[in-house]
Structures are given as structure tokens and as C-alpha cells.
Design a protein around this ligand. Structure first.
Ligand SMILES: [Zn+2]
Length: 441
């Protein structure tokens, strides 16, 4: 163990996953360096009292006196001055049920049930990397919902997970199966394409019925799909309006995959809550996003995977050409968003990039987007929480908030290297400490 802990806490850690939080369970976290709110830029000594999964109080000083109540089971965690405690990180764009570097025909041989099991491992890797909440924006069949429910039940360790289920797409678009014989495509139809406002509204309602927490649709073509119908607007305005208004009527936010400027602009005009990627954004598209209040989720991490995998000859010709174009545009989305004052919510597209390496997005945001380490941390805590509609639940260490807390070596307000996976010492989600990462994982 890399933190000082009372013996009872060790038992608690090892049995945490199968043990739901019980009445009177209290954790006391004491540290010299605590960031309760990344936006404040302050690091202070504090004692955090967690009761039954929620933060009860944040007391000044590492050794603050904590009044105990009869019947409480108290575990105490103490860190030295090399360690900083901060709110758990939030990734607004992942695909836990998929792995990078899979051949394009993977989903013709792999069942959604198998993908769920893939997600179990990736959920653990993600949470052990300090990400205590993720928004999963595309999984086959019911795999995303099943994984989310297993995590919520405490059956498997993982981050709090919001799941979109399957991504809505035009016929032959980024979310449809393409590149195969018509008979193969027909047999594997994911029931996620739509044409016309009526059918698009129906798809949203079907996803809502199945348990979606958020709706995801592909407003433009994508990099890794075999289709090459460009990065322009795919759905008509009428179809996008139907998707967004139906989702909002049901209380669901909408995330729009969009690379090309005209698709971004149309999605913003329809009122999407976030533009994912936004790679080839231009001034008109930014103006539309400003008017709609859409967040940008920049997802620079796939470029890491592309650079690693291009020499391996993994991609088909049509995909390789799209990858090379995308690499040239890295960071233009953040620069444009910052200039216009758009909200930037942290998101990686892990699944295209490797799970557990989510924080590798951060140095890219600094290098290509010109963001400061504090800007990056705000984007991965408060801003992402706001995009997810959970700003009163996560993204800060404050009384009443979920006890989602991580401990890292160093000061993440000064250097994003402090948030990389090998610097994560401790992760707590909803008051439950997560199992430590194995040395070889
Ligand atoms: Zn994605």
C-alpha cells in the first residue's frame, strides 16, 4: 500500500467490490495537499469526511478533529506532502466495450455479449487510471447498458458510467456497418440507422426505452468507418432536429459526432449539447456552437493510436487516407474553441485510443491546444461534470457531492504529468476504494 492506512481499511479495500456501502460507513481522508475545486487553483491541507459514499464535510487542516457517532465504522487514510488529493477525473467520450487496433471486420465476428466482457476489463483499467466517471458514446447492442448496470451493482470495479448504447447514424454512415456484402450488412443490422424525422425520433425513443443516459448520433462521416462519404453534413436538418428535440423532451442530452465544419454547424443549429471531435471546425461552425451553447469535446488521443498503428499496416487504404488528413488538423478545434470562449469538456475517444491511457490526452491539450495545466484539470472535472448534467454531484470535493476522490504524486495544477497513470496512488468512487492496478497492467 502506498498510503498509510489503518488495518481495517485494508480489509475494506480488498472486499470493497462485493460489499455495498452500509449505514455508518465513514472514511476519513487526511492530506497536506488537497484541491477541492480545480477552478480555484488552490491547494490546501484538509480532512475530508466521507459518510456512506458522500462527502459529509471538508475540514481545514490535515489533522482536523472529526466528531464520531455511535455505530460508525471508521477507516482513516493519511497521505504525506508528496501527494495531492483532488476530485476524480471525468472522460466525456469513451467506448469501454471496444479496443483499439482491432481489424475493421471485428464486429462481424464478435458478439455484443463478448464486447461486454471486454468492457469489464477496460472499466477497471479506466478507473485505476484515476477516471471516476465516463460517458460511453457507442457500444454494440445492449453491451454498454449491461456493463453500466454491473458497475452500479458493485459486481465489477469501474467508473460511474453514462451510456449512450448504440450510435444513431444515416444508412451507410459512420455508425452503420459498411465495407461488407449487402447480405452481411443486412444480417447484422444494429437497428440504429434512420431516414426521415419520424424514424429518427423513433430511434431515440427506442434507446431511451432500452436505458440510454445520453443520445449519440453521427452528424458526419468518421475516420475509422470503411465508408468514404466525406466529413460533411450527413443527416438533414430535419432529421437532426428530430433527434435532438425528441431526446430533450425525454430529458436526455445529445452528443454529436462531427468532424467537418458543415456537419458541426448543422448539429449546433439543431441544439446538440456537445460536438465530439470538431476536427475541421471553422468560423461559421464556431458561431453556431456559441449560439447553441454546445460544448466541444476535443478527443485528440486517437492521434496517439494512429501514429502507433500506421506503421503496422493495420488500416485499409480508405481509412489510412482519412487518418493522415486528421493528423494534420490536430488541435485546431481547441484553438478555435478557446478563441470563441466555448466550453471544452475533457474527452479522449478511448477505445480508438487505449483504455487506461486517458490522461495522455492532457499533454496534447497543452501542446496542440495551448491550454494551461489548470485549464486541462478544470475541463476534466468541473466542465465535464457540467456537460454530463452532474455538476451538483461530481467534479468537486464539497459537502453533499459523491465521494469521487483520487490521490496523485505531484501537483496537477502545475504539470499534467502528475495525472498520468503511473502517478495515481489511490482512487475512490462513490466512497468505495478501487482495487490497485497490477504492476504489469
Ligand atoms: Zn468515439
Amino acid at each position: 500500500m502506498r498510503f498509510a492506512v489503518l488495518p481495517a481499511a485494508l480489509l475494506f479495500t480488498l472486499s470493497a467490490m462485493s460489499t455495498p456501502i452500509e449505514a455508518g460507513e465513514v472514511s476519513i481522508l487526511r492530506a497536506e495537499r488537497v484541491i477541492t475545486d480545480a477552478a480555484s487553483g488552490r491547494v490546501q491541507p484538509a480532512t475530508i469526511v466521507v459518510r456512506e459514499g458522500r462527502i459529509e464535510s471538508v475540514l481545514a487542516g490535515k489533522d482536523a478533529e472529526v466528531p464520531s457517532k455511535d455505530g460508525d465504522t471508521v477507516k482513516t487514510f493519511i497521505w504525506d506532502a508528496n501527494t495531492t488529493l483532488l476530485p476524480g477525473l471525468i472522460d466525456s467520450h469513451v467506448h469501454l466495450t471496444g479496443n483499439p487496433a482491432e481489424p475493421f471486420w471485428q464486429n462481424t465476428v464478435e458478439t455484443p455479449e463478448r464486447a461486454t466482457a471486454t468492457g469489464v476489463r477496460n472499466a477497471q483499467r479506466t478507473v485505476q487510471a484515476g477516471f471516476t466517471t465516463v460517458r460511453d458514446l457507442g457500444a454494440p447492442g445492449q453491451a454498454g447498458f449491461a456493463l453500466r448496470d454491473a458497475i452500479n451493482a458493485g459486481d465489477v470495479p469501474g467508473p460511474r458510467m453514462l451510456s449512450a448504447g448504440i450510435m444513431i447514424s444515416i444508412v451507410g454512415g459512420h455508425g452503420d456497418l459498411t465495407g461488407f456484402r449487402p447480405q452481411v450488412i443486412a444480417a447484422l443490422d444494429g437497428q440504429n440507422t434512420c431516414t426521415g424525422a419520424v424514424q429518427c425520433a423513433q430511434r431515440v425513443r427506442e434507446l431511451s426505452r432500452a436505458g440510454a443516459d445520453v443520445i449519440k448520433f453521427a452528424a458526419t462521416g468518421g475516420v475509422l468507418s470503411q465508408q468514404n462519404r466525406g466529413f460533411g453534413q450527413h443527416f438533414t436538418d430535419e432529421e437532426m432536429n428530430a433527434i435532438v428535440s425528441t431526446a430533450h423532451q425525454l430529458g436526455l442530452k445529445v452528443a454529436s459526432h462531427a468532424h467537418g465544419a458543415r456537419g458541426i454547424e448543422a448539429a449546433a443549429r439543431a441544439g446538440v449539447d456537445s460536438v465530439e471531435h470538431g476536427t475541421y471546425v471553422d468560423e461559421a461552425a464556431v458561431r453556431a456552437m456559441t449560439a447553441s451553447g454546445s460544448f466541444l469535446v476535443p478527443t485528440l488521443s486517437p492521434t496517439i493510436a494512429y501514429r502507433e498503428n500506421l506503421p503496422k499496416g493495420l488500416y485499409t487504404k480508405v481509412v489510412e487516407a482519412k487518418i493522415r488528413t486528421r493528423l494534420e488538423a490536430t488541435g485546431k478545434n481547441i484553438a478555435a474553441a478557446r478563441k470563441a470562449g466555448l466550453k471544452i469538456a475533457f474527452g479522449t475517444d478511448a477505445g480508438v485510443s487505449e483504455h487506461g491511457r486517458n490522461a495522455e490526452e492532457m499533454p496534447l491539450m497543452v501542446q496542440y491546444g495551448g491550454m494551461s495545466p489548470q485549464d486541462v484539470l478544470v475541463s476534466a472535472t468541473r466542465t465535464a461534470a457540467e456537460l454530463l448534467g452532474l455538476e451538483n454531484e461530481i467534479g468537486r470535493i464539497a459537502p453533499g457531492y459523491s465521494a469521487d476522490v483520487i490521490a496523485v504524486f505531484g501537483n496537477p495544477l502545475e504539470d499534467v504529468a502528475a495525472l498520468q497513470r503511473d502517478r495515481i496512488q489511490f482512487v475512490m468512487v462513490r466512497g468505495v476504494p478501487m482495487p490497485e492496478r497490477a504492476a504489469n497492467d
